[in-house]
Design a protein around this ligand. Structure first.
Ligand SMILES: C[S@@+](CC[C@H](N)C(=O)[O-])C[C@H]1O[C@@H](n2cnc3c(N)ncnc32)[C@H](O)[C@@H]1O
Length: 220
């Protein structure tokens, strides 16, 4: 690959945005309401979520695990694409944000498909394993505290079935992943994760420059 091949100028990004199918009205409402209340919304990028939904359809996801729910943008999008018997296990620690997510799930008619665990995700993932849910999930999204990314991946590798997908959002940290000298623990952790995952023999890994950068792992 040529390092000059990245053509994602603001104009090309705008053109690509125009090529996206119209956003589901409920997702649009979640995104716009979240942006109104909070500048610099933490929701996953629209195109990243569209990719996750596409992948969920491709591999026929029934059991989906989400680490980092916020106001419910990505979880609602996935829930809307799940089959009747599909289920989401959702992890977060923030009551205020997830109350908004719950309203969004109700509005979208998917609240009964989602179980929310309000405690640090590490506890929830370990409890799921203790409950015998190894290899139970088809797909997971890791989109919470960046410092714990590698630990989340380790636990997700136990919880996801062979051939399942683990997506990790924000691997570029809004460009801070290169050049930023502040060396915060999150930044160092994400740099280390990005460096290590390419040689991890347990997964097929690819990193895409979509949204804030997303790494996709297929469990071998
Ligand atoms: C980037 S947002 C998630 C965005 C969401 N996926 C969406 O598309 O709207 C990160 C979320 O992770 C949650 N979070 C942070 N640390 C956490 C932890 N230790 N365990 C579980 N959730 C955590 C935050 O409360 C926040 O809601």
């Amino acid at each position: 690959m040529s390092v000059d091949s990245l053509l994602l100028t603001p104009q090309i990004a705008q053109y690509l945005a125009q090529l996206q199918k119209e956003e589901d009205p409920i997702l649009k409402q979640i995104r716009e309401t979240t942006e109104q209340h909070r500048k610099g919304s933490m929701s996953a990028a629209r195109e990243t979520v569209a990719l996750l939904v596409w992948l969920a359809r491709l591999i026929g996801v029934r059991n989906y695990l989400e680490i980092g729910v916020f106001t419910g943008y990505s979880s609602t999008a996935i829930a809307l694409t799940l089959p009747e018997e599909g289920h989401i296990t959702a992890c977060d620690i923030n009551v205020t944000h997830t109350q908004k997510a719950y309203l969004a799930w109700q509005m979208a008619g998917v609240a009964d498909k989602i179980s929310l665990y309000l405690q640090p995700a590490i506890f929830t993932l370990k409890a799921l394993l203790q409950d015998g849910l190894s290899e139970h999930f088809d797909m997971a999204l890791i989109d919470a505290d960046k410092i714990a990314t590698a630990e989340y991946v380790e636990l997700c590798l136990q919880l996801i079935r062979k051939g399942g997908i683990i997506a990790i959002d924000n691997v570029l940290l809004q460009g801070r992943i290169i050049g930023d000298t502040n060396n915060s623990p999150s930044l160092l952790a994400m740099r280390e994760f990005n460096r290590q995952i390419i040689n991890d023999e347990r997964v097929y890994s690819i990193t895409l420059p979509m949204g804030d950068g997303v790494t996709l792992l297929i469990k071998k």
